[in-house]
Design a protein around this ligand. Structure first.
Ligand code: B3K
Ligand code: ZN
Length: 872
């Protein structure tokens, strides 16, 4: 989305300025002659004029233009400016041939065509195709692609692109070629090419209608023992999408290639997904339970894009949430249907309440459908993805599954094969269901986190209970005034002994989901004998902050009796939140703080409850993160929060020592498997150990846990315990791990992450030392993220050190990354943007780093956009 102005400052684009393309492209024939530094690309497109103008403006970056033909004749009536090629005096219909030269080897930005170790691969979303050839690189131009790839046969035996292989041949100079055709018209961002030497895991999936689909997973040589889980996840995804969404795969082949150098998780290119190897490769020695679940989720996500993203794509990039919010919703439902719905919901809600709420409160706040963009890659955000999914989920809540699926059907009937908008999606949902979504659609254009303040009144005489709900959305940097939203508010009422009380309004039993649409609104429940305890915002039925003045005992009742697992967990979190807030206040007064005996007993009860799923218990006993807690305060007191969270853990550990120890010993499993029940038991066992680690005498238990572990989950759990409780066994265990795994970058990422999040005061030294490790490279996004992101985001005390050393280090790394890989740099900078949340000293120190970056020569559009908006 970057265009350069006279002063060479990146310029913004606005959603309101959308215009249909001046030309359409029906067919594009691509020819690639792959060579390390000089790769030739010939693109021949069939173009027709789509408006008044006979000038065609194509975009291109980092390209060397070699030749331009119109209807096979050299055409010289064109002008080349920064990033744009204007071609004049064109007929209404023509073939356009453009020959360019590109340099994949020096492409460390990993956008367009680049080399990942020995293989060539591409990444074109959002605007990478313009680094391959001059093109109408926008998602509303859909063409049929035929791609021929030529390369050295020995080094690159596999030459892959989208669709079906239609021809191949050998050349006499040791080179060979393969030709692919993708019958489905697609935008350029879904184009992909891969060339390399791989091991291939092959399987077959038979669709519901009986079509046979070849499944192929390409991995680096020697990695075939790490593909079975990805393959199983792919087959599960295909089956699930048929059963739950009535959607079947549409090509005869589905390929996945795993590469080590990749900016994000994976990419849904039609028929040829390219994956970060982190989301493909797994076996018991190398992967944790969390890795297995992540692989299942990401494989599902990319597969589900085949319909929500590829068959129906986005009209323009402002509509990104059309495909991403919906596809995240689909992958969340997939994970929930296959595993534990409660645990999945809890984990998604933690992401919303922590990092997404923080993004809403930051200078980069934006609605799920942004209005203004400088660098599109900056908008692959938690807001567009996760809040986008919450918005889809709210529609699902308002419509119910059956009407929601009717809406999905209508959406495909109307828009299959086209580029659509978020409004199109909402219209299909509304038309299919008859539910009025006009006020609801404000969720697409309003940014920020709404706040729901709820008060209640019980009237003994009329036996009525009134809930008064007020909503406000605080202004955000991008948007001053806010309007009331349509908020689905899921509520249940309990008696003081924990029985459910029927909800009756105006003589009618009502549904649990109330519609809050006004600034302030009251709901009067009838036939209530005694003041009830309301269970509010069950299932996190809307992405909002909730305020209600619960007493401890009311929350304990909900923790013990709420029938909805999420509500039960949330009652526990609210209880902890009350005490964390008290603790932070006490810290300021240098006073003591302690959990009450009732609260401790309530958590003990949960820990010992044999009817609860161990995975769920371990969620109840996991206290909110430093990041989430920071969001509760106007000004973040880093040290106070860290100290309170730690003392809360120590207190729980000492009070529940016997129970944790009993859990730890009773949950031993001798064999490793990844059934949900085994994963849950391991989670609770490792959680118990993580508490015990705060009591000095358990250092040796942690070491023994590491030594006896027969799987990566337990090994890293031991390291995590040693790291977060700063045990003396830490150094030795870390060394043992590094000498065992230094050859394997993916596994070493776990170690880099622990170095980054080391709470000890020597952490920064350790991080600098880790950068000299043979497995580390700033050019590899996984390594950089593991070490740096964990320091910037999960090491509050050291990153925010009052001498500014953490910020200064961050500034230096971000400056280096700006040159190597602007997308990675731009993700790293987020915590610095939030300087306004901190005290004056820290604000100054953080701002100083941002100002240095702003003054840098060659600042990429990615950082330019964020730094200027933070300093505005
Ligand atoms: N669609 C891609 C993300 C592309 C990011 C470009 N910077 C992966 C996904 O959401 O499935
Ligand atoms: Zn996606």
């Amino acid at each position: 989305m970057t265009t350069q102005s006279n002063e060479n400052k990146p310029q913004a684009k606005y959603r309101k300025d959308y215009q249909a393309p001046s030309h359409l492209i029906q067919k594009t024939e691509l020819y690639f002659n792959l060579n390390e530094e000089q790769t030739r690309v010939i693109a021949t497109s069939t173009v027709t004029q789509n408006g008044e103008s006979n000038t065609l403006s194509l975009v291109g970056e980092q390209l060397n233009l070699v030749k331009l033909l119109v209807n096979d004749v050299e055409h010289s009536d064109f002008e080349k400016k920064e990033g744009v090629l204007d071609i004049f005096s064109l007929p209404k219909e023509f073939t356009l041939t453009i020959e360019t030269e590109i340099d994949p080897v020096s492409n460390t930005a990993l956008e367009g065509l680049y080399k990942s170790e020995g293989a060539y691969c591409t990444q074109c979303e959002a605007e990478g195709f313009r680094r391959i050839t001059y093109f109408l690189d926008r998602p509303d131009v859909l063409a049929i692609y035929t791609t021929t790839i030529e390369a050295d046969k020995k080094a690159y035996p596999y030459l892959l692109s989208n669709g079906n292989k239609i021809d191949a041949g050998d050349l006499d100079n040791g080179r060979h070629w393969v030709k692919w055709n993708d019958p489905h018209p697609k935008p350029s961002y879904l184009f992909a090419l891969v060339a390399g030497d791989f091991d291939v895991d092959r399987d077959v999936f038979v669709t519901r209608s009986g079509r046979k689909v070849d499944l192929e997973i390409f991995v680096d040589k020697g990695n075939l023992d790490r593909t079975p889980h990805a393959m199983l996840s792919l087959k599960n995804s295909m089956k699930w999408d048929e059963e739950r969404f009535d959607l079947e795969y549409d090509l005869d082949i589905y390929m996945i290639v795993a590469v080590d150098f990749f900016n994000m998780g994976a990419m849904e290119n039609k028929g040829l997904n390219v994956f970060n190897s982190k989301f493909v490769l797994a076996n018991n020695n190398t992967a944790t339970d969390a890795d297995y679940l992540d692989i299942e989720r990401v494989i599902g996500h990319e597969y589900f894009h085949n319909w929500t993203g590829n068959r129906v794509t986005c009209r323009d990039w402002f509509q990104l949430s059309l495909k991403e919010g919906l596809t995240v919703f689909r992958d969340q439902e997939f994970s929930s249907d296959l595993g534990s719905r409660a645990v999945n919901r809890i984990s998604n809600v933690r992401t919303m309440r922590g990092p997404q709420f923080a993004e809403d409160a930051s200078p980069m706040s934006h609605p799920i459908r942004p209005e203004k963009v400088i660098e599109m890659n900056n908008f692959y955000t938690l807001t567009v993805y996760e809040k986008g999914s919450e918005v889809i989920r709210m529609m699902h809540t308002l419509l119910g599954e059956a009407r929601f699926q009717k809406g999905i059907k209508l959406y495909f009937e109307r828009h299959d094969g086209t580029a659509a908008t978020c409004d199109d999606f909402v219209a299909a949902m509304q038309d299919a269901s008859g539910v009025d979504l006009s006020q609801f659609s404000l969720w697409y254009s309003q940014s920020g986190t709404p706040q729901l303040s709820v008060t209640s009144r019980f009237d003994e005489q009329s036996k009525s209970f009134t809930l008064t709900v007020s909503q406000t959305t605080p202004s955000t940097q991008d948007q001053q005034t806010k309007r009331p939203l349509h908020i689905p508010f899921d509520v249940e009422l309990y008696s003081s002994t924990g029985e459910i009380i029927p909800m009756v309004i105006n003589g009618q039993v009502v549904d649990n989901v109330l519609s809050v649409t006004e600034e302030s609104q009251s709901f009067v429940f009838e036939n209530i004998d005694a003041a009830p305890i309301p269970s509010l915002l069950r299932e996190f039925s809307a992405p909002v902050k909730l305020e209600y003045d619960y007493s401890d005992s009311q929350l304990v009742t909900l923790l013990n009796h709420a029938t909805n697992a999420f509500a039960k967990w949330d009652a526990g979190q609210m209880l902890l939140a009350k005490y964390i807030k008290l603790g932070v206040e006490a810290y300021a007064k240098q006073a003591e703080f302690a959990l009450s005996q009732d609260v401790l007993d309530a958590f003990r009860g949960i820990l010992l409850n044999p009817d609860l799923d161990p995975a769920f218990i371990s969620e109840v006993l996991t206290i909110p993160s430093h990041n989430e807690v920071s969001g509760w305060f106007e000004t973040v007191n880093v040290d106070a929060i860290a100290s309170v969270l730690k003392s809360m853990k120590v207190q729980l550990a000492s009070e529940l020592e016997d129970e944790f120890s009993a859990m730890y010993h009773s949950l031993v499993q001798h064999n490793y498997d990844i059934s949900h029940s085994s994963i849950g038991k391991r989670a609770l066992r490792n959680l118990s150990l993580s508490y015990l680690a705060y009591l000095p005498k358990y250092g040796e238990t942690v070491k023994a846990h590491y030594d006896n572990a027969n799987n990566m989950t337990d090994k890293t759990a031991a390291l995590y315990c040693a790291n977060s409780a700063s045990l003396t066994v830490r150094e030795g265990l870390m060394e043992q791990f590094s000498s065992e795994w230094s050859h394997d970058g993916l596994v070493m990422d776990k170690w880099f992450m622990l170095q980054g999040s080391n709470p000890s005061s020597t952490a920064l030294q350790g991080i600098k030392h880790a950068m000299t490790h043979s497995a580390f490279s700033l050019k590899n996004p996984n390594r950089t993220r593991s070490l740096m992101s964990s320091f910037f985001n999960a090491n509050p005390v050291n990153f925010h050190a009052i001498d500014g050393s953490g910020y200064q280090f961050a500034g230096e790394i971000i400056a280096q990354m700006n040159t190597i890989n602007p997308q990675v740099a731009s993700r790293l900078i987020d915590p610095l943007l939030k300087f306004k949340r901190f005290d004056a000293t820290r604000q100054d120190l953080m701002k100083r780093e941002l100002e240095k970056l702003r003054g840098m020569d060659g600042l990429a559009a990615d950082l330019f956009e964020k730094v200027t908006s933070a300093l505005a």
